[in-house]
Design a protein around this ligand. Sequence first.
Ligand SMILES: [Mn+2]
Length: 384
Amino acid sequence: MRILHTSDWHIGRIFHGHPTYQALREVLLALIEVVRAQEVDVVVIAGDVFDSSTPSAEAVEMLDEALLDLTEAGVVVVTISGNHDSPARLGAKSVFAKAAGVHVITRPEQIAAPVVLTDAYGPVNFYGIPFLEPSRMRSLWQVDPMRSQKDALSYAMGLVRADLAARGGRSVVLAHTFVQGAEVESAESERDIVGGMDVVPATVFEGISYAALGHIHSPAKLGSNLGYCGSPLHGSFSEAGKPRGAWLVELGAEGAARVDWVELPVPRPLTTLTGTLDQLLADPTHAAVEGHWVRVLVTDSIRPLDAMKKLQARFPYCVHIEFQPSGGTPEVDSGYAELVRGRSDAELVEVFLAKVRNGEGASPDEVKLIREAIASCEVRQVLG
Ligand SMILES: [Mn+2]
């Protein structure tokens, strides 16, 4: 049996203000090509199908299209809800989806009710563990302690093992959680979710033929039969350069016989450029990345005017600027209190400018502007 492991589609995600539907559609079409070319039998999606618990109409439609394409390619689909998904929304109409071979597992009650598929070597049990919130599991399962992901996943895997012992056969587990060993691949785009390092030891998946993990957005192989495949699109600049793809798992008589990485296209790579504004706008070596998503670290000692507008004239997908003046950012030292004591409002602005511009104070024109602006505020205050 051939299984393609993908996860964290995050349909509907906004990347620095830009929708990602078209880019994701392109990658998913490539994934469907892989499914056909590699004669995949089952596609597993390990959670965070949508980016939002209230997906837009376009996001819902996009998932329907992708699932329809997959079923038309002749595969069975098994998926779970991740922490970004609303279990109720993702699971809506799942009874009908099931009739088409799309198994959507969003409720903890479904953990020990595997999707059983059969190949020449017998049954393969697909267990889906949707993202679990320990505090909610405590009341459902009446188990103590139930405080961490480790507690929740250990208990869930106990349910899986008990069911598997009774059934026999090979097993694939889908889970959306942070498993130990993947820390290095943890990036900005999931760190807000991961929060504290509530990690689950990889040993909870021992004895399972293959564990298809989701939650970490870059690939991480944690053993011969478990790992993360990451998200189809880069979600943050910290993921730049990390591959995008899926794991192709060949299940033999005894379990995972081989696990191969399948590269998927990157519609628009991410690049970080560093330099002064003039250098960035002139340097011919940057021609190759003009169409990339670009983050720029501007090193001018004085913050240049209209930097974003100028950069976007050359790099239309420049989405983020950070100012890192070459002399370093001046420290607000203890002497600052002394510096501002007893100053007029206009003087305060001038002192501040000199401070943040490495000593370069306001120009005569700026002094005039500052004084006029402050005077007009003072007049308004007097008038009430
Ligand atoms: Mn995710």
